[in-house]
Design a binder for this molecule. Sequence first.
Ligand SMILES: [Zn+2]
Length: 82
Amino acid sequence: MITLCNGKQYLLYNGYTYNTIGTISKSGHNRYRCIGQSKSKRCNSYLNVDSEFHVHYESEARHNHMPPSFKQINGIYVKVPN
Ligand SMILES: [Zn+2]
């Protein structure tokens, strides 16, 4: 998990940021959806993650945008404009 300068917490995976959207009742895993988006369309990529933040499944939907850039300062991540 990373904490952004605005205090929000996101999962950082392969350079993309994800936000939790709920729990999958069957497996108990959490589903995280990519928060990035292109100008016109939101991104459909998501992950299934367990309580220790191990990724168990990555959706086949490709990201439709570039990964966000981050700079880490004292453990806090700051988003850098592309
Ligand atoms: Zn994405």
